[in-house]
Design a binder for this molecule. Structure first.
Ligand SMILES: Nc1ncnc2c1ncn2[C@@H]1O[C@H](COP(=O)(O)OP(=O)(O)OP(=O)(O)O)[C@@H](O)[C@H]1O
Ligand SMILES: [Mg+2]
Length: 254
């Protein structure tokens, strides 16, 4: 029987400053080791879901469980990579990457040692003393991701992490992400606007089309792992892609 890394149980939410309901009675789960993407129109509530999971916002009703547990304070229980990389321009790559460990109270030298051990695997060897302005967009994303992994959680939330990258860099980052996901045995919830990206990466895709989000359409991606990018051109996947685009188009026509 598979275990759950993340569960939403009848979650409702509206921002305090507005009476518009964003989620009502929402239920979903992410299983251990699963890669799930959320796709949906702008303003449909995707990032809000991440703010709820991280504890930046509190549910109006319902429960959120992380690894089967309902915490009263969820801050720090999951790794969260926001769309903006949030690297501090005055800190070097090394200092930026070590931040979550320092926040946890680890001594600076120990934290730096841990980061240095990992830099190579993240394709960042040799740039540890560079500043964010001196490195490429793909490298910045990898530092953010390294920092997210160093949070120590098996549950990662990635909010459109590759949207600012060019197509080629993006593709290599997607392949790289899948290799990291396997290696660290992570459970990932991933927000994207890109149908092909969702198909290549995910086990399941949630399509948000209603507001407030109550129910959503869910599709399974019929491709085994490990995957190659050409796999998403298989007829079975194209059928899923058409279904996905159809769902999203319905919303735009309203
Ligand atoms: N702090 C806030 N206070 C009040 N309303 C908010 C706040 N943050 C977001 N909203 C509203 O909540 C709704 C959902 O926003 P959210 O950021 O979750 O959308 P999203 O699906 O992530 O969109 P996008 O694809 O553009 O990133 C939007 O109508 C937005 O205007
Ligand atoms: Mg968003």
């Amino acid at each position: 029987m598979s275990k759950f890394s993340l569960q939403f149980k009848d979650v409702s939410f509206s921002y305090e400053t507005s009476n518009k309901s964003i989620l009502t009675g929402l239920n979903f789960d992410v299983k251990e080791g699963e890669f799930v993407s959320i796709i949906g129109p702008s303003g449909s509530g995707k990032s809000t879901i991440f703010k709820l999971i991280t504890g930046l916002e509190e549910t109006s009703e319902g429960n959120i469980l992380i690894n089967g547990q309902a915490y009263t304070n969820r801050l720090g229980k999951v790794g969260y990579m926001p769309q903006q990389d949030l690297l501090m321009p005055w800190r070097t790559v090394l200092e930026n990457a070590a931040l979550p460990l320092e926040i946890k109270g680890m001594k600076k030298q120990l934290a730096y040692g841990k980061v240095l051990e990992l830099l190579d695997q993240f394709g960042l060897k040799g740039v540890e003393h560079s500043y964010p302005s001196q490195i490429s967009g793909g490298m910045k994303q990898r530092i953010s991701f390294l920092r997210t992994v160093l949070s120590g959680s098996n549950v990662l939330l990635l909010d459109e992490p590759f949207s600012s990258l060019d197509a080629i860099t993006r593709l290599s980052m997607q392949e790289w992400l899948l290799s990291q996901w396997e290696k660290w045995q992570l459970s990932i919830l991933f927000i994207t606007h890109d149908v092909d990206e969702a198909l290549f990466l995910s086990d399941r895709i949630f399509i948000f089309t209603e507001q407030p989000v109550t129910k959503f359409v869910e599709v399974n991606v019929p491709v085994s792992r490990p995957r190659k990018i050409r796999d998403i051109h298989a007829p079975a996947v194209i059928a899923v892609k058409e279904q996905l685009i159809e769902q999203l188009r319905v919303k735009v026509n309203l």
